[in-house]
Design a protein around this ligand. Structure first.
Ligand code: GLP
Length: 267
């Protein structure tokens, strides 16, 4: 372990025992308690502030941050997920417009490039705090009459089911690290270039029809991802195909099979 990682671990241990919002000891105190130099301590604290474990308030000190939301990779909706954690979900529609799908989105949504789609950007909040920005793309034909207000009054997945008879059943999602741009930072109320997760989800209805393609920016200081590790079907396939003289293609084939079947999880 490097010196800095060791210091991070020890500060995390210290804040584990403190309530959210409690001030941590001064840098001078901590560097002497932990027996490390001020620059090493400062670098470790800086990382913990960037990661959301600590919050710095100009002129008043450094405080224990809120625990991160441990996000499972399932197809649940934001609203359902927040409610399950005892938090109150809400949304603000930043923009809702109708445009044509174009080649790339047309391919993702399985519609022709000239087909109208609804593009809606929402700020997602939990207990009034900003958590994510999500941009939905949905073929207009699936959601006639959808208005900006409809997306603020509750869950989109609930609305899809109640008004349009569409039940989201499965999806494919990619996750990439990113940093917030100017617009995202302003909407989320975080500094420019804050760490974030980029989720891109394509969801299917029970019928197998593609319903939405969603691009979400989740605050990196409020989320961590958690997933149960199960035996790797792809690895078994690779091992099996190796014995049949086609080594190395098992994982790819498995991924293609999942993509084709629309299996997988999401935020
Ligand atoms: C998550 C997903 C989105 C999905 C949304 C639906 O946030 N990342 O892809 O559109 O849930 O949430 P709700 O039903 O609360 O509007």
């Amino acid at each position: 372990m490097t010196k800095q990682t060791d210091v991070v671990e020890r500060v995390l241990e210290l804040i584990d025992g403190l309530p959210v919002g409690e001030a941590i000891p001064s840098e001078r105190q901590l560097s002497s308690d932990l027996g490390v130099s001020r620059p090493t301590l400062r670098a470790a604290l800086e990382g913990l502030v960037r990661g959301g474990y600590l919050v710095r308030r100009q002129g008043s000190g450094t405080f224990v941050g809120r625990p991160k939301i441990a996000q499972e990779l399932t197809i649940t909706s934001f609203s359902e997920d927040m409610r399950r954690r005892g938090m109150m979900p809400s949304s603000r529609t930043i923009e809702l417009r109708v445009t044509t799908a174009g080649a790339r989105l047309g391919q993702v949504l399985h519609v022709s490039p000239g087909e109208p789609i609804v593009v809606a950007t929402r700020l997602r909040l939990a207990d009034g705090d900003t958590m994510a920005i999500e941009t939905l793309h949905i073929p207009s034909a699936l959601v006639p009459g959808l208005r900006a207000k409809d997306l603020e009054s509750g869950s989109f997945y609930d609305l899809l089911e109640r008004r349009y008879g569409i039940v989201i059943a499965s999806g494919i999602q990619t996750i990439e690290p990113t940093v917030t741009n100017e617009e995202e930072s302003a909407a989320l109320g975080v500094p420019l270039h804050s760490p974030a997760f980029l989720f891109e989800r394509t969801s299917r209805a029970r019928s197998g029809q593609i319903v939405e393609s969603v691009r979400s920016i989740y605050r990196g200081d409020r989320y961590k991802l958690v997933t149960e590790l199960s035996p790797n079907a792809g690895r078994e396939l690779t091992a099996r195909s190796a014995t049949h003289g086609a080594a190395g293609h098992g994982v790819d084939n498995e991924h293609r099979r999942l993509s084709a079947a629309g299996e997988g999880g999401g935020t």
